[in-house]
Structures are given as structure tokens and as C-alpha cells.
Design a binder for this molecule. Structure first.
Ligand code: NAD
Length: 498
């Protein structure tokens, strides 16, 4: 069986003393194994990155950007191959995998603008004959730790920007779907990236803890579940590292009574059940304002769910694929059982779904709950599966209070035709990414991505302008070239422009 190893210093490295199965979730069978890196292997990746740093730091940004242009070309040329790897290991339908891949490539496109992004700030005559400028210097060796649900896109939120800013990088992808990052590392090398600038170590907690403890690693970007994000953030910062740790979510969509019901239902289907609900921006709660809006919504969703096609991701006529593992499938089913016990109304039950010819696959049909309340665990916790909860409220204020009181604050959306309500909502809601009639408001590559509350630990968001700030350290230089004999003597007062 193929063992997915590591990519260190421009070479494939085996270190497969410990391994773990990588499943095809559609068939339920282990098709590969992934090596779980030892502490020594991770340290060798850090050492390779450290060795490559001085030359890469001093490579002109324009030349770094040229590598990015070439990298983008190669990614596009090999898109189908990478998408096939994503579908084989994650399970998502291949057109959805292509969507995530393209959004990742958009970050590479943004990174191509490095010379402009890194220009810095300059002030002539900040004082008499004094010029002052700020430059943005790379940090050194930085690392990324990523989740299973976007095996190509989320790593690409991190390393293109880190690398184009002059850093060298160690990526620790999810051990559940490691192959896309390995293939991308080869393409990056083919694009002309010097060996050691981008390294991939596969592994588990051993690899993560080695990255967290190692003094050479200057910064950690993490995306994953909230308990691990909190652990990463507290450990990394206690060890003196810069850290951004993006966590879990429970994203609400408010459905106002004036919204177009067909537009709402069509959009909620994709936002709740696309990628089997395994998206950190998936809408998992619809908050209907007024019983009439709620009744209409439930009827429209029911009709659409009858046509929801679930099956292997290789068949693009399917709407959603399987869940990532058998354990996760059982966990999500457990939440559906719990919702019934908690007293919510299970309007559509996907638990008994069978996919012909794929009886061992980790499939679960779409589930829809009505009359969910804020006290229920199915409302409070992130389920991360194809389960949509409908909560009924009377007013927009009540809907917004519900969202503000929730521990997560990643994404949210309002469906309405009322500009005043939409403006009030976008201005006041305590959530990081907000949509108006846009259910998945994932910012484009030249903005930045991040949630509020327990969906993000740290100050700077992923990719976009925040990434330039995260992956560089500001240095401000104040300079005077005095002409001979211009000294005004000893001065003890603090210098000002007075
Ligand atoms: P996860 O937290 O289980 O794993 C994420 C990474 O952390 C993986 O690389 C994994 O190997 C590592 N890890 C897991 N347990 C660890 C431990 N005990 N110590 C050290 N490292 C550990 O997350 P997942 O299941 O892969 O991904 C799903 C989660 O990610 C969901 O909660 C989802 O909301 C979240 N997510 C958030 C965003 C965002 O932008 N906020 C984006 C995508 C996914």
C-alpha cells in the first residue's frame, strides 16, 4: 500500500515508523497510509527551512513573485489531478473540490503582488533633515497546521503569503487527507522554489507539539476545531511565537419575512448541505423571523431535500459526498439522535440513507430540524455534518441576540429585501464575516478571513492584507545625515518638531 511520507528540503522523505490509514470515504476502505512524523523528522524539516531562509529572505520580492506566477500556472495545469486527490481522500464532490482549489489559487494570485504589498512606508522630513521609514521584514521559519475539510485551500491561505513575504515554511496538513499538499509541494519546486523554502511534514500531535516547542519556529498559523485552536494559541504564545488560530463555527442565517422564499431555500440548500456540511462557513442554523416565514422555509426545504443527491464525489451529478470518517459519521448521527431526544422536530431524517454500491461508505443523508431552541446541544455545539437546525423567533432583534450570545462568531448572513434591516445587521452583529443575501460570505483573496469570539484566537486574520502583517515584522528606521559642523550641541529634552 502507498505510504504518503514527507517533503523536506526538496526531497521525499520516508520516516514511516508510525503510520495511519487514509480512507476513501466513499468506499470506506483504507487506500493509502500516511507516515506520522517523529520529533526528529519535524526537526529536520525545521532545519531545512532554517538553512533556506537567509538566501530566500534576500531574494528580491519581484523574483519571489515570479516563482508565484509560475506556481499558479502549474497549479492550473494540474488542477484535475489535485482535485481527484481531494475527492479520493476527503470525499467532496469534484466540482466542489475544484471550487476550493480555485479559491486557493486566488491567494497565490494575490501573492504575485508581493513587490507592491511589501513596499513599506516612507516619510521624508519626519524631523529636520530626518527621514523615517517602516519596512516589513520576514519572520524566519514559520509553520502551518491545517484541518481535513479543505485539504488544498486552507494550507494555501497560509504558505503562499508567508513564502512570498520572504519566510520559509513547514506545513503539517491533516493526516486524514495529506496527498494534495504533497503534490502541490512538488509543483512549487517545479516552479523554481528553492529547496527547503516549503516543507511538508505529515503527522499527528507529535509533529504539532514539536513545531510548538521549537525555538526556530517564529510563528504558527492554525485552522481547525476550537479546543485544538485554543491549545495551539496558548502554547505557541507561551513559547514566544506569533500565532493565529482559527477555530470552529456555528453559522446562522436570518430569514426575514420579506425575503424571497425560493431564493432563500435554494441558497440554504447549498450552504447547509454542500460538502456534507463539513465547512467552517456552512450555515447550520436558519433563524426564521415569524412563523409564516418558518413554515414556508420548512416546506420549501423539504421539497428540495427530496431531490438531494448523495453519493460518491467522483460523480458530479451528486450534490454531496460522504463524511470524512466512520467515527465522524457516527458522531453526526449521534447529534441527530440527541436532537430528537432534546425535543426538536426532525422534519427530514437522513440517518437511514443507503447509497447503492457503497454500503461501506461514510454517507449520511441531509437532516432538517424544526423548533430548535437555544438550550439544545444541537444548537450550541458544532455538528460539522449535513444537519440544518431551524430556530423560530419573533423579531430581528431576537434573532440577532441569539447570534451575539453564541460562543462562535465565524460567519452569518441575513436574507432580506429591507436595506435598513440589512444595514443594521451588518453594522451591529458580533460576527467576523457577514453576508447580505450571500450565505457563504468567504472573503475574496484580497480581503482577509477570520471570525470573532471563539472562532479565532489571535489578532490577525488569514490571507489578504492581514497575512502581510502576520508574516512580517515591522521595523521603523529614523535616519539623519548631518552635514559637517551642524551639531546644535548637547540636548536633554525629548526631541520633538516644536
Ligand atoms: P482538528 O482540530 O481535529 O485538526 C486540525 C489540525 O490539528 C490537524 O492537522 C490535526 O492533526 C491537528 N490536531 C488534532 N488534534 C490535535 C491535538 N490534540 N494536538 C495537536 N494537534 C492536533 O480539526 P479537523 O477535524 O481536521 O477540522 C474540522 C474543524 O476545523 C471544524 O471545527 C471546523 O469548523 C474547523 N475549521 C475552521 C475554519 C476556520 O477558518 N475557522 C476553517 C476550516 C475548518
Amino acid at each position: 500500500m502507498t505510504i504518503v511520507g514527507h517533503f523536506i528540503g526538496g526531497k521525499h522523505v520516508a520516516d514511516a515508523e508510525r503510520t495511519q490509514d487514509v480512507f476513501n470515504p466513499a468506499t470506506g476502505s483504507p487506500e493509502k497510509q500516511v507516515a506520522l512524523a517523529s520529533k526528529q523528522t519535524v526537526e529536520s524539516a525545521i532545519a531545512a527551512a532554517e538553512a533556506a531562509y537567509p538566501a530566500w529572505r534576500n531574494t528580491p520580492p519581484l523574483k519571489r513573485a515570479r516563482v508565484m506566477f509560475k506556481f499558479k500556472e502549474l497549479l492550473e495545469k494540474h488542477a484535475d489531478e489535485i482535485v481527484a486527490l481531494i475527492t479520493a481522500e476527503h470525499g467532496k464532490v469534484s466540482n466542489d473540490a475544484m471550487g476550493e482549489f480555485q479559491r486557493g489559487v486566488e491567494v497565490v494570485e494575490y501573492a504575485c503582488g508581493a513587490p507592491e504589498l511589501l513596499k513599506g512606508e516612507h516619510s521624508k522630513n519626519a524631523g529636520p533633515d530626518i527621514d523615517c521609514w517602516s519596512e516589513f521584514q520576514p519572520l524566519g521559519v514559520v509553520a502551518g497546521i491545517t484541518p481535513f475539510n479543505f485539504p488544498a485551500m486552507v494550507p494555501m491561505w497560509m504558505y503562499p503569503m508567508a513564502i512570498v513575504c520572504g519566510n520559509t515554511f513547514v506545513l503539517k496538513p491533516s493526516e486524514r487527507d495529506p496527498s494534495a499538499s504533497m503534490r502541490i509541494a512538488e509543483l512549487f519546486q517545479e516552479a523554481g522554489l528553492p529547496d527547503g523554502v516549503f516543507n511538508v511534514v505529515n503527522g499527528d500531535k507529535v509533529a504539532v507539539d514539536t513545531l510548538l516547542a521549537n525555538k526556530t519556529v517564529q510563528a504558527i498559523s492554525f485552522v481547525g476545531s476550537t479546543p485544538i485552536a485554543e491549545y495551539i494559541y496558548s502554547t505557541a504564545t507561551a513559547n514566544g511565537k506569533r500565532c493565529q488560530a482559527l477555530g470552529g463555527a456555528k453559522n446562522h442565517a436570518i430569514v426575514m419575512p420579506d425575503a424571497d422564499p425560493d431564493y432563500v431555500a435554494d441558497n440554504l440548500m447549498g450552504a447547509a448541505y454542500g460538502s456534507a456540511g463539513e465547512r467552517c462557513m456552512a450555515i447550520s442554523v436558519a433563524v426564521a423571523v415569524g412563523d409564516e416565514a418558518a413554515d414556508t422555509l420548512i416546506e420549501k426545504l423539504k421539497t428540495r431535500m427530496a431531490d438531494l443527491k448523495v453519493g460518491p464525489g467522483t460523480d458530479v451529478s451528486n450534490d454531496m459526498g460522504p463524511l470524512i470518517t466512520s467515527a465522524h459519521q457516527q458522531k453526526v448521527k449521534g447529534y441527530v439522535d440527541l436532537g430528537v431526544k432534546e425535543g426538536a422536530t426532525l422534519v427530514v431524517d437522513g440517518r437511514e440513507l443507503e447509497v447503492e454500491g457503497h454500503d461501506k461508505g461514510f454517507f449520511l443523508g441531509g437532516c432538517l430540524f424544526d423548533h430548535v431552541t437555544a438550550e439544545m446541544k444541537i444548537y450550541q455545539e458544532e455538528i460539522f455534518g449535513p444537519v440544518l437546525c431551524v430556530v423560530r423567533v419573533e423579531t430581528l432583534q431576537e434573532a440577532m441576540q441569539l447570534i451575539d450570545d453564541h460562543e462562535y462568531g465565524n460567519g452569518t448572513c441575513i436574507f432580506t429585501r429591507d436595506g435598513e434591516a440589512a444595514r443594521y445587521f451588518t453594522d451591529n452583529i458580533k460576527v467576523g464575516m457577514v453576508g447580505v443575501n450571500v450565505p457563504l460570505p468567504v472573503p475574496v483573496a484580497y480581503h482577509s478571513f477570520g471570525g470573532w469570539k471563539r472562532s479565532l484566537f489571535g489578532d490577525l486574520y488569514a490571507y489578504g492584507p492581514d497575512a502581510v502583517r502576520f508574516y512580517t515584522r515591522r521595523k521603523t528606521i529614523t535616519q539623519r545625515w548631518p552635514s559637517a559642523g551642524s551639531s546644535e550641541g548637547v540636548r536633554f529634552a525629548f526631541p520633538t518638531n516644536k
